[in-house]
Design a protein around this ligand. Structure first.
Ligand code: HEC
Length: 168
């Protein structure tokens, strides 16, 4: 009985402490300052495993990466994603520089980017980051096109990016 009372007391104290901390105004919510390393690790780890879990439920459509689909995806990328995720040969935009957590440069690097990961994150977005849920604005077909582009064209040159995103 004594143990139970002590246990409940500790929980009440913990909750009161957390609520008090929230009201104190001492929590730094600014994007300008980096997270405390322990909090940063916890948030990023939570993100990594949530994405891993979410993308596992997504089946990639057969024959996704047709040239038409990739071109449509490149166009959508250049209209909606490039400000945060960058393009080859260009410096990070003024918007991208201020993001916390930062937006990864999705076209940098080499090798295929997983299409199911691109689709799942683009569709659902990431809470408490600048990554929007694009399902509010685009249907799955559009989102699969941007996934096709990202999965096939990571590491493309600035010239190829320009050619792919130029109007018809
Ligand atoms: C306003 C900024 C912003 C825009 C616009 C934006 N994103 Fe993001 N995106 C982010 C941020 C920030 C993250 C990282 C989130 C995190 O680490 O918690 C992210 C993460 C991602 C990831 C996951 C990367 C990984 O492997 O972990 C994908 C895929 C992605 N975005 C795709 C897109 C696509 C596709 C578009 C356009 C349709 C887009 N984003 C537009 C900010 C943006």
């Amino acid at each position: 009985m004594k143990f139970l009372a002590g246990f409940v007391f500790c929980i009440v104290l913990g909750v009161a402490g957390a609520v008090g901390y929230s009201y104190s105004g001492l929590v730094d919510i600014t994007a300008a300052n980096p997270d405390n390393p322990a909090v940063g690790w916890l948030l990023h780890n939570t993100y990594r495993y949530s994405v891993r879990q979410g993308m596992a439920s997504v089946a990639v459509p057969a024959n996704l990466a047709t040239p038409e689909k990739i071109k449509a995806g490149a166009k959508l990328y250049s209209e909606e994603c490039v400000y945060c995720h960058g393009s080859p040969g260009e410096d990070a935009s003024s918007l991208a520089k201020g993001l916390n957590p930062p937006a990864p440069m999705l076209l940098a690097g080499s090798g295929p980017y997983p299409a199911n990961r691109a689709f799942w994150v683009a569709k659902n977005g990431v809470r408490m980051s600048a990554m929007p849920a694009w399902s509010k604005s685009y249907d799955d077909d559009h989102l699969w096109s941007v996934a096709a582009f990202l999965s096939q064209k990571r590491g493309l040159s600035a010239e190829e990016y320009k050619a792919l995103t130029a109007g018809d």
